[in-house]
Design a protein around this ligand. Structure first.
Ligand code: ADP
Ligand code: MG
Length: 359
């Protein structure tokens, strides 16, 4: 029972007011970021709001608490306001043990998933999804249990690259991931009709990330890779609020302009205290499919220099190789289609570097 019969105060009304409170430093509100856990209202219209925020910055929960109180105070029909704020540090690198090393993860927010890695870039078209999919396949070949979450709802391309577009089934009110090449996958593209307009905006990204993190039967995984949408950092924050993230991988191309974008991508992870696991340079050099000759089309090596300059690990370089695109279009990642090819070996090297960073 809640609310008096004459002036019942509804939870929706309180949540609407809370939507006016922005997450400090971001353009989105605390409700869509999932900070508001519960809203309860007594018969006297006293309001208790439970908030939980994951951050390393102590000023953030304080600021949110003040803003929440200010948003509700003096509003008609609202009695006493009680804000219960809990803040939690994001997990530090190394707190979550690797498979087989014994011990329990400190914050196993997705039951059974040991590591969550976000794959990001400052802009689209650098081959982020291609890298995520081939990295996932390479990690699987290295004996890891892998899942891939396609959170790029502006351009969800993972299902096509993975050759699986069947609709997921539902078990125990959770979505079952689709499986192919020994790994599990979930994407918004599997839930949409082919021709439904992609009018999703920021809040939808957050919803999708929350649902894909917590409402999918991922089962036992060593690593869940998340293909993030390029953009403002909302997705990074949303993900960091929802689940324990072990780190971010930045995909870049070697040109200066793209490196600038990589810097932005890194800044987005840092803003939400997500550790950078490293940089992968894609389209690093050209391999002629006819003669196998190498050519540094975009001035190879920029990613490595940039990683050194920013003091983040360099995880490896992937050549520009037409078969990578052809395989992606066919839905058969090159790591699976041609495991002995030069690009497949390059992806495997990156996968080994990622595991080394997690160890
Ligand atoms: N190393 C590469 N060599 C050749 N083609 C590539 C390579 N990486 C990506 N591509 C192609 O470039 C296009 C964009 O890649 P995609 O992974 O969709 O980028 P993003 O996810 O960053 O938008 C795709 O057609 C893909 O097949
Ligand atoms: Mg993509």
């Amino acid at each position: 029972m809640s609310g008096r019969v004459d002036h019942p105060l509804s939870e929706e009304h309180v949540r609407e007011l809370l939507k006016r409170v922005k997450f400090p430093g971001f353009s989105r509100d605390i409700v869509s970021f999932g900070i508001v856990k519960t809203v309860s209202i007594t018969d006297n219209n006293d309001v208790t709001i439970a908030l939980h925020v994951v951050t390393r910055d102590q000023a953030v929960p304080q600021q949110i608490q003040r803003d929440v109180e200010a948003a509700l105070r003096g509003r008609e029909g609202i009695g006493r306001i009680n804000v219960q704020m809990t803040a939690q540090q994001p997990p530090q690198q190394g707190q979550v043990p690797m498979a087989g090393s014994g011990g329990e993860p400190t914050r196993p927010q997705i039951a059974g998933v040991k590591h969550v890695i976000a794959v990001g870039s400052g802009k689209g078209g650098v081959g982020k999804s291609t890298v995520a999919v081939n990295l996932a396949c390479a990690l699987t070949k290295l004996g890891q249990q892998i899942g891939i979450m396609d959170a790029d709802i502006y351009g969800p391309s993972v299902p096509k690259m993975m050759g699986t577009t069947s609709r997921p089934t539902i078990t125990d009110e959770k979505l079952d991931p689709v499986e192919n090449f020994g790994l599990k996958m979930m994407s918004m593209a599997l839930l949409l009709d082919n021709d439904s307009p992609v009018i999703w905006r920021g809040p939808m990204i957050m919803k999708a990330i929350q649902q894909f993190s917590l409402a999918v039967n991922w089962g036992e995984l060593d690593v869940l890779l998340v293909d993030l949408p390029p953009g403002t950092g909302d997705a990074q924050l949303s993900l960091a609020q929802t689940i324990a993230l072990d780190g971010g991988v930045i995909v870049t191309t070697p040109q200066d302009v793209a490196l600038e974008v990589a810097r932005r991508g890194i800044a987005m992870f840092e803003k939400v205290n997500v550790k950078i696991l490293g940089i992968i340079e894609n389209m690093s050099y050209y391999v002629c499919p006819h003669c196998g000759k190498h050519d540094d089309v975009f001035g190879h090596g920029g990613g490595k220099q940039e990683a050194a300059r920013l003091e983040v690990p360099f995880l490896g370089e992937i050549p520009l190789f037409s078969d990578i695109r052809i395989c992606g279009d066919k839905g058969l990642p090159i790591v699976v289609a041609a495991p002995d090819s030069e690009p497949a070996k390059a992806f495997t090297k990156c996968a080994e570097s990622v595991l080394k960073q997690l160890a």
